[in-house]
Ligand binder design. Sequence first.
Ligand code: XMP
Length: 509
Amino acid sequence: MKTQTVLVLDFGGQYKELIARCVRNMSVYSEIRFCETPIEEIKELAPIGIILTGGPNSVYGDSAPTCDKALFELGIPILGICYGMQFTAYSLGGEVVACKESEYGKIKVKVDTTSALFKEIAPEQIALMSHTDRVSKLPKGFKITSSTKNCPVAAMENKEKNIYSVQFHPEVERTEHGKEILHNFVFDICGAVADYSMDDYIENQIKEIREKVGNERVVLGLSGGVDSSVCAALIGKAIGEQLTCIFVDHGMMRKNEGDEIEKEFSTHNINFVRVNAGPRFLAKLEGVADPEKKRKIIGTEFVRVFEEEAKKCGAKFLAQGTIYPDVIESGAKNSANIKSHHNVGGLPKDMGFIGLVEPLRGLFKDEVRVLGRKLGLSVKLVERQPFPGPGLAVRIIGDITEAKLVILKEADSIFCMEVEKLPLAKRPHQYFAVLTGMRSVGVMGDCRTYDYTIAVRAVTTTDFMTAEYAPLPHKLLGRVSSRIANEVNGASRVVYDITGKPPATIEWE
Ligand code: XMP
């Protein structure tokens, strides 16, 4: 059974994901599509409501985003937010002007509580406004339902046509009754029945996967990361032994990581193949110091191993743990192109797959984590921090050797162990050690040493696109330094990387 969908049309606003999340939190499925999605595609989706997001443009700007105006004639309830409201007004014959005074921040708004949108909501509330344009003339058939001191039209509606708009942002916490406003739109105006839950999601996906693959075999490149692990558990639940998960251990995983991944998946009802390809990768990487060359060699070798294994089991479908932000970031719409991810990057077409299985394609990371827990994956696995596909190869500056890998694995394990003594809420979002290519003079006992310098890095971030260095307590750093210098053969100095991203990146290579 298809669940109801509230469609969020993206006009470039920074809160679009929040809107979809808010709706999903009300147990109604919501997904985001680009504003220019063809009307035929929208009709096919048959949403019960459409939300037009905000955006940084002016409707009069040269590059103003737009959507098919036929949208307003579909009879589907529409809620325009910020730019979405200005676009609605402009498209339907109203006017938009620049504000004399831009409104930014928390503003007092008055709302008409006889409007279905503001039903049972206090007539005055604080809302987040962030705009330089405003609606100055209503389109025909619309009436004003909210205003602020500087914005006479802070909300408008055409009840007959089921078109509603707000200049402020109901999706953010800073708008006092924002959630109730969205609730009113979704339930009272769109008539949603709250038919979406993770349990249904699992059931629906299981059904869809079974229908899609029939009796064929499916292979999944399992890296041990959250997305591919949850994907494996879900597809495994759907088709059991028809799925083969291929975990390519390239020898540059963290200490004990390969064994932990194997242990976790040996308890699930799936075929799990671990390919210990460490020596093969190290041989290819011998003497290579350039970061890009290292990445390319690892990517290519990964594909080769994966290709060999896939052929062995005669799989017709390729499964991927693609999640919604991947889809958005890659700019892809519904295309089934294989993205350049480390574990399937550039898979050759001649591998002969007839289709892709991507059951997480509509989910956000935190939803994937919830799903993982529901599928019985361990908390440790579900809450894992990101780990780059090329692994420790991009955390060893210069060429890679067995000896350097041993030093880094030990140092990293000590650092992680110490950071993990912090309560969960105080832990940085990503933390790891780097083996810098630099050696320095030290003194141990009465002897001179000339060993490697280890850098430790810890960052806080929400999206990993930008990051701040985490100000870890000095005591903790002191303990880490002393433990690494004393316990790790070959490391004699520890430094703390205090650079943000930008200008640095999170990984050193
Ligand atoms: P950077 O270093 O670009 O990293 O600031 C941002 C985030 O991405 C992770 N990362 C990777 N993940 N394959 C991955 O799956 C890769 O090749 C890769 N390189 C970096 C990195 O750990 C950080 O979380």
